[in-house]
Ligand binder design. Sequence first.
Ligand code: SF4
Length: 334
Amino acid sequence: MQHNNTNSIAKTSNHDVQKNILEVSHLKKTFQIKSPDGKKGLLKAVDDVSFKIKKGETFSLVGESGCGKSTLGRTLLGLYTPDRGSKILFNGEDNSNIPKSKRKNFAKQAQLIFQDPSACLNPRRTIKQILLEPFKIHKMKNGEAKIMELMDMVGLASRFLDRFPHEMSGGQKQRVGIARALALGPELIVCDEPVSALDVSIQAQVINLLEDLQKQLNLTYLFISHDLSVVHHISDRVAVMYLGKIVELTTRDNLYEQTQHPYTKALLSSIPDICGEPREKIILTGDVPSPSNPPSGCRFHTRCPAVMDICKTKEPDFIQTSSNHFVACHICTK
Ligand code: SF4
């Protein structure tokens, strides 16, 4: 068994020869917080997370609300400054602490698609003004021609350019959000719950669009979601997060068919028919503990159906259990 080697290979063989676009080592992000009674404290939203993403793959982060997945995505984009000792390499270059002067340039390489398209589009601007903005900020020519291309790419007719966001449906607004993310020609896109605010009937269309764009433009996605059905559809590899830590990381097929971590088993039991044998429903008791005061030992021990004495005092190592499969659980070291 090997420790902390998360450079596993994506399910599709073409990724075997591809280089890592992102290498994350010991990433931590702590926020200072104040409790209602005025006491100061620390909230470790992301706590010592390591993984690598290959160019052209879709790497998904899943977990319940508040597990740190969105904070992780935003930290990788430089929107939050990581704690000291964290290391983020983007195409081999150290991006751990991007100075403000370089942040603008990094926006050409990595972009974010937001969860709520209504909240991220300026309601006072037309779609044309919204899409032209990145070209103006970066003083790039041919913005007008480029936005026609972008509209075509995301399947929107040019007549929408003169509309305001409130005159469009949720799915159309998310297409505008995707077009804006593509404007500067990024290599990596962090998709933060990109379909969870949309009607189920529209979700599939947007997911298909993301897949088509990935093939066309050789994009790499960090796909953040709590929806394991969507993740099953789109991912090459998946990392499961719980209270700021990755507890299982493997290929999409391994995760759904060779599930190892009790937390992942519980999450997957809520979608029993997705693949493989039907699963018995596992109901987790208790609330998710606060990341400002996580449980000792294994952070999942207060809710784990398989908890042992050792789990309450000793944090499990993140170990390789089989080819392309990494897990943090004492059951896997027995
Ligand atoms: Fe459950 Fe123990 Fe494994 Fe944590 S280490 S997931 S508490 S069995």
